[in-house]
Design a protein around this ligand. Sequence first.
Ligand SMILES: Cc1cc2nc3c(=O)[nH]c(=O)nc-3n(C[C@H](O)[C@H](O)[C@H](O)COP(=O)(O)OP(=O)(O)OC[C@H]3O[C@@H](n4cnc5c(N)ncnc54)[C@H](O)[C@@H]3O)c2cc1C
Length: 460
Amino acid sequence: MSKSDLPLRSGDMLNAMMASLGSSRIRTDDASLALLARDAMHPSRLPAGSESARPLCVVSPCNTTEVQEVVRLANAHQVPVIPLGGGSGLMGGAASVTPGVVLDLCRLTEVRIRPADRMVEAGAGATIAALNAAAEPHDLMCGHDPWTVSVATVGGTIATSSLGYLGGKYGAMGDQVLGLEAVLPTGEVITTRAVEKASTGPGLHRLLIGAEGCFGVVTRATLRLFPTPQVRLLEGWEFDDFAAGFEAINALLQAGIRPGLLEYGDDDPSTGHNPPTALYVSYEGPAAVAYAEAQTGREVCLQSGGQMLEPSEVRYFWDQRHASGDAYARARRAGERHGRPEIDYVHVALPPSAVLAYRRESLKLLAARGFHVHQTGLWTHAGLFSLVYSGGGVAAMAEAHAQLLELAQDAEGAMEYCHGVGLRLAPLMRREHGEGLSVLRRIKRDLDPNGIMNPGKLGL
Ligand SMILES: Cc1cc2nc3c(=O)[nH]c(=O)nc-3n(C[C@H](O)[C@H](O)[C@H](O)COP(=O)(O)OP(=O)(O)OC[C@H]3O[C@@H](n4cnc5c(N)ncnc54)[C@H](O)[C@@H]3O)c2cc1C
C-alpha cells in the first residue's frame, strides 16, 4: 500500500468508524496513542530501518462484531491494524511502526468455565490470572503460568505461543488451545470446533497460534484446564557446575518424569569458570504419584552430586515468580517504561544434545567481545536454553545477539522459544525457515491481500 494517500484514507476510515462504533470506543489523545503504540520491547532494540510510528487511533471493541467492523473498515480503506493485548510482548510484535489502528482487545474479557469439559471459554482480552481466578473454585487451573500472568492476555499469549513456569508438564500456550474464534484480515469470522482431537484436515486454529496477529485477530478461545494438583512438592538442588545439573535433568526426563516446574541456571559464568548451579523442580498431581516421582528425582539428583537446598529458598523462588511481570504491569499502567536496555538475552530451543556445546561457544563468543554473562540456564525442558548478558553499545549488542541466534540455528535449533519474532527477530526469519518463509508469505498474501494485519511483523 502506498503511504502517500494514507492520510486521506485514514480520515475517511476514522469517520466511518466513529459513525459505526461511536466515539466511546475510539481514542486519539496523545497519551493513549503514545502508551498503546508500544509493547515491552525497548526502542533501542528496533532493527535498523524500522521506526516507531504514531498510531492514527486506538479502538477498543467490546465484542466480535465490533472487531469485525473495525477490521472490515480498515481493510476497505487499506489502513494497517495492530492487535494489542496486554502490551507485555518483548519483540515489538504489538509496536506501531506504520501509522494504523491499534486494535486494543482488552475489553473482550468474558470468561466461562466448563467444569464438566475441563475447559474455559475466554475472550481474547482476559488475562491468564483472570482464567485462574475463575477456574480455582472448580478445582481447576490453567496450565500456562508465565511471569506476566497478571497482564498477558489470552489473545497475546496465543499469538506468541508463550511459555510459562509449568510448561514442561502442561505445555506452552499453543498446547492449551482446543478451539478458537478469529476475525480474518478481510473481515470474515472463523470458529474452529473445540475438541480434544479431530481428524478433519489440518487444524485451522493452529494457523493463528504464534502468528502474532499477522493472519487475523483472535477474539475468543476455548482452552484446556487441568485439575488443581492434589499436592505440589517443591524441591531445590545445588550442583557443582552446569554439566552436573544438566546430567541430572536428562536423567530425570529419561526416567519418564515430567516435573511441573523445571528452572535451572547459574550466576556469572564465563569461559573457564563454571560456578555452581541451582535446579528448582516441582512434582505435582495425585499425592501417591508426586511422592513416588520425588523419590526417583532425589535419587537422580544425588547421583549427579546434587545437594538439596533449604525448602525456604525454593518456596521464596516460587512465591516471587511473578514479581517482575507484576512490576511491568504496574509500570505500564503508570505509563512508565520498564526494563534495562543494557541487559540483553536469548532464549533458544536446541536439541538437548547440543546444549553444552552451544553454551560453551556462546560464552566464548561473548567473552571475545568483552560482554559480561549474568546467567545461563534451562527452562521447562532440557533443550530450552537461555543466556543473559550485558556490555557494549547498542550496535555491539545487536551484533552479538544476531550471532548467538545464528549459532543456535546452526546447531539445528530454533532462534526463540517463547517471546515470538515481532520486529526484533524478523531479519532472521529467512535464515530460520528457508523456503518455509515463502510458504508463510503466500498464506499471508492469500488471507490478507491488502497487507493490513500487523505489517512488518514476523518477517512477513
Ligand atoms: C517482565 C516480563 C516477563 C515476561 N515473562 C514471560 C514468560 O514467562 N513467558 C513468555 O512466554 N513471555 C514472557 N514475557 C513476554 C510476554 O508476556 C508474552 O509474549 C505474552 O504472551 C504477551 O501477551 P500480551 O497479551 O501482553 O500480548 P501483546 O504484547 O499485546 O501482543 C503480543 C503479540 O500478539 C499480538 N496479539 C495480541 N492480541 C492478539 C489477538 N487477540 N489476536 C491476534 N494477535 C494478537 C500482537 O499484535 C503482538 O504481535 C514477559 C514479558 C515481560 C515484560
